[in-house]
Design a protein around this ligand. Structure first.
Ligand SMILES: NC(=O)c1ccc[n+]([C@@H]2O[C@H](COP(=O)([O-])OP(=O)(O)OC[C@H]3O[C@@H](n4cnc5c(N)ncnc54)[C@H](OP(=O)(O)O)[C@@H]3O)[C@@H](O)[C@H]2O)c1
Length: 279
């Protein structure tokens, strides 16, 4: 089914201060959607909102720490008061942490589940009543290939993304009868600030070869909004790996464990060279 053009749709994009979220905001605003930008870094959100408005688009910057349930409540209240019900929710905010499970501080585990999955469920609960009143809507959840193949040293992160995939599947089945679409998008490596945040390094610890530009994910999101599909893995070359992992997990164990150890050694070297940040 091909949906109407984006004109005027109110789109709430989490994690819009950088990477995939910022690229998606730019693209959807160009397509005529009214974009609400949220994340913690207010300066980034305001600069992006100004850029979008200079180009003739409509944008609203509302800073919020999505790790805080009351901030999530206030966010949806503010959007509805300004622009009415959210018609498209893009649950994109998220972060990882490169470490073995035993070396991941408990507070990081708790916060990762709070931001990557609880915020997604909470915002969904808050926007669905408005979508039901409108009789239409679309929720796009950003998972990861790590939501199908758990890859050390991102085991805790992978667990949050497996949860995103499972949540999205059930949500789709719940909401379809109400005319509300749900799409889960699972990117492979993307060239964003993710690596810097996950390593705590001032500099990016290095790109995984073949990483996509965030604009490629933004285009996939825009396509899904035009032609709703349940699930997108991007790039598609990861689909066979996902199937092999399901059917022959022991085969994948060896490669992922080896790659994980090599990555931790690489991070250790980068830290020793003095680029550890205060984060
Ligand atoms: N890059 C990849 O290789 C890759 C691959 C697959 C999936 N993903 C997923 O794609 C999504 C976007 O990540 P990205 O790659 O674009 O990385 P990014 O550039 O680091 O963007 C992450 C976004 O999440 C926001 N965020 C983090 N913690 C937050 C909090 N407590 N409250 C509100 N916002 C918060 C950040 O904003 P503030 O810091 O300003 O709060 C930022 O806007 C994530 O869910 C990530 O897991 C990324």
């Amino acid at each position: 089914m091909e949906m109407e053009g984006g004109e005027g749709r109110v789109v709430l994009i989490t994690g819009a201060s950088s990477g995939i979220g910022a690229a998606t905001a730019r693209l959807l605003a160009r397509q005529g959607m009214r974009v609400v930008l949220t994340a913690r870094r207010q300066d980034r959100l305001e600069a992006l909102a100004q850029e979008i408005e200079r180009e003739g688009g409509a944008a609203l910057a509302i800073p919020a720490d999505l790790g805080d349930p009351s901030a999530r409540e206030a966010l949806v209240d503010q959007v509805e008061a300004r622009w009415g019900p959210v018609e498209v929710l893009i649950n994109n905010a998220g972060f990882g942490y490169y470490a073995t499970v035993e070396d991941t501080p408990w507070e990081v585990v708790r916060r990762m589940f709070e931001v990557n999955i609880l915020a997604m469920i909470h915002l969904t609960q808050r926007v669905v009543p408005g979508m039901r009143r409108l009789g239409r809507g679309h929720i796009v959840n950003i998972a990861s290939v790590a939501g199908y193949i758990s890859t050390p040293p991102l085991t805790v992160y992978s667990a949050t993304k497996f949860a995103v995939v499972g949540f999205s599947e059930g949500l789709r089945r719940e909401l379809e009868p109400h005319g509300i679409h749900v799409t889960v998008i699972s990117p492979g490596p993307v060239r964003t600030e993710f690596g810097r945040a996950a390593s705590g390094l001032e500099v990016d610890p290095g790109e995984v070869p073949g990483g996509l530009a965030p604009e490629a994910i933004a285009r996939a999101i825009a396509r899904a909004l035009r032609r709703p599909v349940p699930e997108i893995v991007i790039p598609a070359r990861y689909i066979p790996a996902i199937w092999i992992n399901r059917v022959l997990p022991r085969l994948v164990d060896w490669g992922t464990a080896r790659q994980g150890r090599a990555w931790l050694r690489h991070l250790e070297e980068a830290r020793r060279s003095g680029s550890r940040s205060a984060a």
